[in-house]
Design a protein around this ligand. Structure first.
Ligand SMILES: [Zn+2]
Length: 212
């Protein structure tokens, strides 16, 4: 028991084999991006190493006004972004992000796409997102386990466990931590829960609200 605890302290890994593996991969991504321990990671800088080309929604041609309005209006909450299934002639893949979602949410979406590439996930099927006279727009779809791994690893790269725990022990709130890492408060709270820091977090809050 003592040895396991010591190893966790040494390696700054969260409990649970699955989560340790996600964390180790995420730390690898951070090393690759040469981001200092505890510093925020900019996925836009990392995207090119994953051979992803991030384009503005405004740059997409061939969408009908109706489709455009739907994607940015009523349907805007239903999509966050994705990579196109067909690579460009130079091998890069296009990634389109929802411009309505703001940088905080977009960082997590893009980081998930980068994770799929770095983790070597193969799309299991193609998903038609739009169809017009010029053909179909398809997005890649992954197996459920791959989706979880990509999201979780991406989130760990953005909010690494060791820094998260340090901020928690300092009594910082989830909005403060979110601001530091340039992610949403929801993403920080997801990380607090999956890394089992939630109770510590609640206990460390100065004027602790109702304990959950
Ligand atoms: Zn995904």
């Amino acid at each position: 028991m003592q040895a396991i605890i010591q190893r966790m302290i040494d390696h700054d890994l969260p409990p649970g084999d699955k989560w340790r593996l996600f964390e180790l991969h995420a730390l690898g991504f951070r090393d690759f991006a040469r981001v200092r321990s505890g510093a925020p990671l900019d996925p836009f800088g990392l995207a090119k190493f994953a051979n992803l080309l991030v384009i503005d929604f405004e740059q997409i041609k061939g969408l009908s006004d109706e489709t455009r309005e739907h994607l940015l209006g009523q349907g805007s909450e239903k999509w966050s972004g994705g990579a196109c299934s067909r690579p460009l002639p130079d091998g890069r893949r296009l990634v389109i992000l929802n411009p309505n979602h703001g940088r905080m949410r977009t960082n997590a979406t893009l980081m998930e796409e980068i994770s799929h590439v770095f983790l070597g996930h193969e799309p299991s099927r193609l998903n038609v997102v739009a169809q017009n006279a010029r053909g179909r727009t398809v997005s890649r779809d992954y197996r459920k386990a791959d989706e979880e791994a990509a999201y979780a690893t991406g989130a760990a790269a953005l909010v690494p466990f060791s820094s998260l725990r340090r901020f928690v022990l300092e009594g910082q709130t989830s909005p403060q931590i979110a601001k530091h890492f340039r992610v949403s408060r929801e993403l920080v709270e997801y990380r607090l829960k999956v890394t089992r820091l939630w109770k510590t977090y609640k206990a460390a809050q100065p004027n602790s609200e109702r304990r959950e």
